[in-house]
Design a protein around this ligand. Structure first.
Ligand SMILES: [Zn+2]
Length: 91
């Protein structure tokens, strides 16, 4: 069983969480154009390795959190609240 370190609840089983998407996507400026908004809504990378993701702790504190997870090993390097930044780099 994989554990996810919720910043509010501590280490919790992964089945208490739902994956909610890519946490690296930034909303474009209002005048950025149709293609920029299309990419913002629909276009996603499929990274191999470390990736910053949104997870929802639906069976715990019900907070959305950011998690840095390795997509190959499912190892979790860091987590943070929605307004907090993850560390700059992961070894
Ligand atoms: Zn929690």
């Amino acid at each position: 069983m994989h554990l996810i370190p919720c910043p509010y609840c501590g280490q919790r089983p992964q089945d208490e969480f739902h994956y909610r998407g890519d946490a690296t996507v930034k909303r474009p400026a209002p005048d950025a154009g149709e293609q920029a908004f299309y990419d913002y809504v629909y276009t996603r990378e499929n990274p191999r390795g470390w990736h910053d993701e949104w997870w929802h702790h639906y069976a715990g504190c019900r907070q959305w959190i950011k998690v840095r997870r390795n997509t190959l090993t499912h190892a979790v390097a860091a987590s943070a609240g929605p307004a907090d930044a993850l560390p700059e780099a992961t070894p």
